[in-house]
Design a protein around this ligand. Structure first.
Ligand SMILES: [Zn+2]
Length: 328
C-alpha cells in the first residue's frame, strides 16, 4: 500500500515488513504487549487482518500465523496485512486453556473469544479486546481468525462463517470458505453469537472467516499446512497476494452444532472416529465404570458429522464430550 501504516509507535513504509508489539497494559511487574507484524505491500489494495491465539493453547493457528509472517514478501502484496500471531499472550505463557489467566474482578477467568469488542473501563482481558478491536480490527477490509481445537479436544478441520442480512457480505465470506480448500464449512447466523471477534467485526461491516485447524495442544505440521494453504488462497482471492487462485469444489455445508453430554462420570471410550458421518441414536462411545462395566452409551442426538471429541477420557457427569454438526 502506498500509504504508511501506523499503529501506536510502529510505522510501516510502503513495501516493507515490520514486527513489533502492541501495548495493552501491565501486570504488577511488567508490560503486557501483543506481538504484531505489519506487511505493507508494494501496491494499493485491501487491508487484511489475521489473528491467532485468541485461545492461547490453539497452537496450530499460532504456528500458521508465524509461518505467514516468515514467508510473505511485501513485494508480492497489494494492500497490506496486519498479523497478530497470539492475541491471548498471557494464556499462551501460562498454557491456560480457553481463558485469560487474569481474574476479571470477581467473575473468575474469562474466555477472550467472547469479550469483543471489549471495554476500555473493564479489566485487562476487556482492555486487550478493546485495544485490538479499535486500533487494528476496525481498520480491516477482511478478517481471518485462526483457531482450532483447544488442549482438551480433537476437532475436524473446518471453516466457520457467520451470515448476516447483507447478501454481498455473506457471499464474500462464503467465497472465502470455498477458496480455503477446507472440506467442511460451518455456516450459522451471526445472531446470538455476540462477543466473538468475527461476529463483532461483521457488525461494523467487516467480512470475516474463522479457520479451525489443529487440536489437543500439539503442532501437527499437516494441519499447519492446511491452514497456511487456506489463508494464502483466500489472500489470492482477495487480490492481496499475487498468484493464481487454486480452484476447489464447494465445501460441505454444516449448520448448528449439537453437544453430546455424558450423564455419568467415568472413563470415556470412543466407538466412532472423529470426522465420521453418524446417524441419530447411533452409539458413538460409552462411559466405563470402575468394575469395567459400561455405565452409559453415548448416542448421537442428531444425524450429522462428528466434528469434535473430548481428548481427555476423565469425564464428569454433565460434561460435553463431543459435538455433532448437522448437514444443510
Ligand atoms: Zn479457539
Amino acid at each position: 500500500m502506498k500509504n504508511i501504516i501506523e499503529i501506536q509507535n510502529l510505522r510501516a513504509e510502503s513495501c516493507s515488513k515490520l514486527s513489533g508489539f502492541l501495548r495493552i497494559g501491565a501486570t504488577p511487574v511488567r508490560p503486557v504487549e501483543l506481538p504484531l507484524t505489519i506487511i505493507n505491500g508494494k501496491n494499493d489494495g485491501s487491508l487484511v487482518v489475521i489473528t491467532a491465539g485468541i485461545h492461547g493453547t490453539e497452537y496450530v493457528g499460532i504456528a500458521t500465523a508465524l509461518d505467514l509472517i516468515k514467508s510473505l514478501n511485501p513485494a508480492n502484496i497489494s494492500g497490506a496485512l496486519i498479523i497478530v500471531p497470539v492475541v491471548n499472550i498471557l494464556g499462551f505463557e501460562q498454557r491456560s486453556k480457553c481463558t485469560v489467566p487474569i481474574e476479571d474482578d470477581y467473575n473468575g477467568t474469562r474466555n477472550l473469544g467472547r469479550l469483543f469488542p471489549g471495554r476500555v473501563d473493564g479489566t485487562l482481558p476487556h482492555i486487550l479486546a478493546h485495544i485490538l478491536f479499535n486500533q487494528i480490527i476496525s481498520k480491516a477490509n477482511f478478517l481471518i481468525d485462526l483457531h482450532g481445537g483447544d488442549i482438551y479436544e480433537y476437532i475436524a478441520p473446518c471453516t466457520m462463517v457467520y451470515t448476516t442480512d447483507n447478501k454481498d457480505l455473506d457471499q464474500k465470506m462464503l467465497d472465502a470458505a470455498k477458496f480455503s480448500g477446507i472440506e467442511y464449512c460451518i455456516c450459522r447466523s451471526f445472531r446470538g453469537q455476540e462477543g466473538k471477534l468475527s461476529v463483532e467485526a461483521l457488525k461494523i461491516g467487516i467480512p470475516s472467516i474463522t479457520i479451525e485447524s489443529g487440536d489437543h495442544g500439539v503442532i501437527d505440521e499437516s494441519k499447519v499446512n492446511l491452514a497456511l494453504n487456506a489463508v494464502m488462497n483466500i489472500l489470492r482471492y482477495l487480490k492481496v497476494l499475487d498468484g493464481e487462485i487454486k480452484q476447489y469444489r464447494p465445501p460441505k455445508m454444516l449448520k448448528d452444532l449439537v453437544v453430546v453430554r455424558a450423564r455419568n462420570g467415568g472413563l470415556l471410550r470412543t466407538l466412532i472416529p472423529l470426522g465420521s458421518t453418524v446417524s441419530k441414536s447411533e452409539k458413538i462411545g460409552y462411559i466405563q465404570g470402575w468394575s469395567g462395566e459400561i455405565v452409559e452409551y453415548l448416542e448421537a442426538p442428531v444425524s450429522g458429522y462428528l466434528i469434535q471429541w473430548s481428548c481427555n477420557p476423565s469425564v464428569t457427569s454433565g460434561e460435553s464430550v463431543a459435538e455433532i454438526a448437522i448437514f444443510y
